[in-house]
Design a protein around this ligand. Structure first.
Ligand SMILES: Nc1nc2c(c(=O)[nH]1)N[C@H]1C(S)=C(S)[C@@H](COP(=O)(O)O)O[C@H]1N2
Ligand SMILES: [Mo]
Length: 203
């Protein structure tokens, strides 16, 4: 039995619905840390989050004003392109849809680029970004996010591979076209649906 087959047999024995696990993935209880480059040093006093591009009301928040927005909670399965998945992860933060409503998404906006520390970016179609379960989170599993996992703020978009869930996020811009982000320029798929195994260019 391969490692993947054994993993699926164990999940089945625990009563977990295997339809939750995308092809080519295994489930782990661990929470691996993955990113390009070094963990940024965050200065909370000068931290800012901006919403720009095709919006009626561009927004700027400091940490306190972002934290004072209404909070939501999401429980979801996450899937990393390096083949680990984690079930029932619990996040707390601010709803993406709520922020879009605040900023007034213009009708010509079709895509979004998320911006993070060190110039890291990721791209998404606007409808995938606006899904009701998506959030900008600062709490994971009832605790403040660890810096390795994106403190003070990360995006969580559980239905796509986890590289779209940008850590150390500083804002986003709405566009009328698609633009590849950091990993998308480096071989990763523009969309990244784990259930269709859209890992790399050409998948
Ligand atoms: N800012 C930033 N966010 C990032 C990345 C990165 O390199 N920089 N890597 C992505 C990738 S490839 C993955 S798999 C997830 C990993 O999140 P984790 O370290 O919390 O597991 O973060 C994503 N967000
Ligand atoms: Mo990744």
């Amino acid at each position: 039995m391969s490692f993947f087959e054994r993993n699926r047999a164990e999940l089945e024995a625990e009563g977990i619905d295997l339809a939750r696990v995308p092809p080519g993935q295994y489930v782990t209880e661990r929470f691996p840390v993955l990113h390009a480059g070094t963990v940024p040093e965050i200065e909370e006093a000068t931290w800012g989050f901006t919403i720009g591009g095709l919006v009626a009301n561009p927004q700027t928040f400091d940490l306190a004003s972002f934290r004072s927005l209404p909070t939501v909670e999401t429980v979801a399965d996450i899937h990393c392109v390096t083949k680990w998945s984690k079930l029932d992860t619990r996040w707390e933060g601010v709803s993406v849809a709520g922020l879009l409503a605040l900023a007034g998404q213009r009708p010509d906006a079709t895509h979004v680029v998320i911006r993070a520390e060190h110039g890291f970016t990721a791209n998404l179609p606007i409808d995938d970004f606006a899904r009701s379960e998506n959030l900008f989170a600062w709490r994971y599993d009832g605790e403040d996010l660890e810096v390795d996992h994106g403190w003070p703020l990360r995006l969580v978009v559980p239905h796509l591979y986890f590289w779209k869930s940008v850590k150390w996020v500083r804002g986003f811009d709405l566009l009328d076209h698609d633009e590849p982000g950091f990993w998308e320029r480096n071989g990763y798929h523009m969309y990244g649906d784990p259930f269709r195994e859209q890992r790399y260019w050409g998948d």
